[in-house]
Design a protein around this ligand. Structure first.
Ligand code: KG4
Ligand code: ZN
Length: 334
């Protein structure tokens, strides 16, 4: 079964064709992030306009196997069209959803709506699928959630952030430190030259028995530290690097502690990482060090927004409705 997936929830425009939920035949991602870097964050209207420009060329390329056109995939081979329907920026989402609706109607294929967060989890099913039950840590720019995965369609939300998401904590701290946007990769890079023990930062909610998080206080703690260290002066490069390393360590410590505790409480075999923040090197290394069971971490290009995860999620969760089979047969009329 081949599914065409579309993802346009934020600033990436992506189309992918995935076979049987695991084999990526193509995964084209076009990003407007450079435009947003100029404004220090995403302006939804700008993101939506870029989506509109990119969507058709990106879909065309996905059929030409990422532009390697010698053996293009035929529309007739596609069994369903899957699209991210939310959460996300409404203007951006609309471009993907309307395009998917038009294609599904024109091609007479089933249309599968996909939740963006659930899709992120399926980065772990591309190539070698993990085993159930697992605890998934979903960390993105807008979400921080711990989810018990008992099976496909059998998800139990264990807890999440009370305020800022982990990615937001990276992004806002980076802005405070003048490191640019997106903040996660910028903080990681600066942190490589810094000492994570240089400044004492809080580990919010690390000891609470629930599986919730809070990151907004951390941002305030960094702001207070910046004022204390530099006064009216600019931060030195070394101070910036130390602050980046200390912030990254604080975020990772909390994420890993709660994930490991959830895995132990629910006696799962494995832990999965998902979402843009799962690209963070320290998080990837620390979870492996502190959890003795199976740790599954997707390759970095599948952690951030892309359509292969949408197509994979659709394959494992989509159950064709009886009328979809009828509709797919052009000889039958309603
Ligand atoms: O999942 P994603 O691509 O988009 C959303 O659905 O939000 O995640 C984007 C987030 C941003 O906050 C970005 O700063 C963060 O993921 N991120 C990282 C890294 N790469 C991206 N955070 C920490 N370390 C990274 N290497
Ligand atoms: Zn995302």
């Amino acid at each position: 079964m081949k599914i065409l997936g579309l993802e346009t929830s934020c600033d990436e425009t992506s189309a992918a064709i995935v076979e049987n939920g695991t084999k990526i035949l193509s995964n084209v991602v076009s990003s407007s992030i450079d435009l947003h870097a100029q404004t220090g964050g995403i302006i939804p209207e700008t993101a939506a306009r870029e989506q509109l420009k990119a969507i058709i060329p990106v879909i065309e390329q996905s059929f030409r196997r990422d532009g390697r056109s010698s053996d293009p995939i035929e529309v007739a081979e596609i069994d369903a069209v899957a699209v991210t329907t939310g959460p996300g920026l409404i203007g951006s989402l609309l471009i993907g959803v309307e395009t998917a609706k038009a294609l599904a109607y024109a091609w007479q294929k089933p249309l599968v709506p996909i939740n963006h967060l659930k899709a992120h989890l399926y980065a772990n099913w591309l190539e070698e699928p993990p085993t159930f039950p697992s605890v998934a840590l979903l960390v993105s720019g807008g979400h921080t959630d711990l989810i018990l995965m008992k099976g496909h369609g059998k998800l139990q939300w264990l807890g999440g952030t009370k305020d800022d998401a982990a990615g937001e904590a990276f992004d806002k701290t980076a802005r405070l430190l003048n490191l640019g946007y997106p903040g996660g990769p910028a903080i990681s890079k600066a942190a490589q030259q810094g000492d994570p023990t240089a400044y004492p930062l809080p580990r919010p909610m690390i000891g609470t028995p629930d599986f919730d998080f809070s990151f907004s206080g951390l941002k305030t703690a960094v702001l207070n530290l910046v004022r204390q260290i530099s006064g009216e002066e600019k931060l030195t490069v070394q101070q910036t690097n130390h602050l980046a390393a200390s912030t990254q360590q604080a975020i990772v410590d909390v994420l890993v502690a709660k994930t490991v505790r959830a895995a132990e409480k629910y006696k799962v075999r494995g832990v999965l990482l998902a979402g843009g923040v799962a690209a963070n090197k320290l998080l990837r290394e620390t979870i492996k060090e502190r959890f003795s069971g199976e740790v599954k971490i997707p390759p970095i290009n599948l952690c951030t927004d892309n359509a292969a995860i949408v197509a994979s999620c659709a394959y494992f969760n989509y159950q064709p409705k009886p009328w979809e089979k009828v509709k797919a047969d052009p000889s039958l009329h309603f």
